[in-house]
Design a protein around this ligand. Structure first.
Ligand code: PLP
Length: 367
């Protein structure tokens, strides 16, 4: 059997006709930016997430960068302020911080739950700490009451990186509505993916939404009147139309992801392979299914030899990257261990029962 990690062609094929009709409509309309398709998707996505506002932007990194930038323009953050961020995140989360001349303070995570280490979090807070950038990595909700209490008692902005967790729940609420603002990526491989780059910010804060919208459009408050030194980061009409179609099927596709994950959890039995602590129903949308093993490279080579393609998320944590030499001296042992041991098994809504069973069998037979 040959099992690719993810075939976007198959993901798109689940809804080809509807997507093609939606794209054709935009093409025929002659209106390609700042039009009805974006407005409609923003409304639908805000309703879905459960926030008052959604601002479409060009990609997930911009969603993060513009959110922090808007808080600076609003006087809620200033250069050099410290932003708490999990040490095991994707580098984009950290790039958004440093691009704004803010200071990332890396917090190590728990090896079993992958949640932020609460003690480390508390110890890291200084008078300059102004925000927590919470990342729902792999599709797992990392928000909880302790996080909320910590943010409240230290007057921190709580910003969610929801790039990997569209549709994820915390009780009856969705991630993306839990903090002051949330940043979403619709990179094609994400649970809700466009056919190119796209992103959004969701928030209940009207001033924040307006500021982001303005900065993303040259800083204009009205046409040709610039209130901020802005840039161009707009969601386009074609991508919005595609996303609006795919949003309708997100819950269904996430349920399929959860079914596959349940099979992995029930059937993978290999003492050398560790699975993260499972989460309550709905609070993990399994963007990625990570397993951890001290012989990761062996397992990856073994599976590839059996036709199963896997990926590593991520092989080098941000603080050890070449571009972050100023942080290379930091010791974040759990994040570093996870980077050495993580392997992502294929998991996506197009996988068949036979493919899932084959992955289980092959992981189990690796000695
Ligand atoms: C994908 C991703 C981003 C960046 O999104 P892009 O749309 O690729 O810019 C940011 N944070 C996390 C956790 C991501 O997975």
């Amino acid at each position: 059997m040959n099992i690719p990690y993810l075939e976007l062609k198959k993901v798109t094929a689940l809804h080809t006709d509807e997507i093609q009709r939606a794209v054709a409509e935009v093409v025929g309309s002659g209106w390609y930016l700042q039009g009805q398709a974006v407005q409609q998707f923003e409304q639908h996505y805000a309703d879905y997430i459960g926030t008052r506002f959604c601002v479409g932007v060009a990609n997930g990194l911009d969603a993060l960068t513009l959110t922090l930038r808007a808080y600076m323009e609003m006087g809620k953050l200033s250069e050099g302020d410290e932003i708490l961020v999990p040490a095991n995140t994707f580098i984009a989360t950290v790039l958004a911080i440093t691009e704004n001349r803010l200071k990332p303070v890396f917090i190590d995570v728990d090896a079993q739950t992958l949640d932020l280490n609460l003690e480390a979090l508390q110890q890291a807070i200084t008078p300059r700490t102004k925000a927590l950038l919470l990342v729902h990595l792999y599709g797992r909700c990392t928000y909880n009451e302790s996080i909320q209490t910590l943010c409240d008692s230290n007057h921190l902005l709580l910003i969610e990186d929801n790039a990997q967790a569209h549709g994820c729940r915390y009780g009856t609420r969705r991630t993306g509505s839990l903090g002051h603002a949330a940043c979403h990526s619709f990179y094609p491989g994400k649970n809700l993916g466009a056919l190119g780059d796209a992103g959004a910010v969701t928030t209940d804060d009207e001033a924040l939404a307006q500021t982001i919208r303005s900065i993303a459009n040259y800083g204009f408050s009205e046409k040709y009147i610039a209130q901020h030194k802005g840039r161009n980061s707009r969601l386009d009409e074609v991508q919005a139309a595609v996303l609006d179609v795919k949003l309708k099927y997100l819950d269904e596709e996430n349920r399929r992801r959860m079914d596959i994950a349940r099979t992995y959890y029930n059937k993978i039995k290999n003492d050398a392979v560790r699975l993260p602590v499972p989460m309550g129903e709905g609070s993990n949308v399994y963007h990625i299914f990570p397993v951890f093993t001290s012989c990761r490279d062996d397992l990856q080579a073994f599976l590839l030899n059996k036709g199963i393609h896997t990926l590593i998320h991520y092989p080098v944590p941000p603080h050890q990257q070449t571009c972050y030499q100023e942080y290379n001296h930091l010791s974040l042992p759990v994040a570093e261990q996870l980077a050495r041991e993580e392997l992502s098994l294929p998991l996506n809504p197009t996988m068949t029962h036979e493919e899932v069973a084959y992955v289980v069998d092959m992981v189990n037979c690796k000695s």
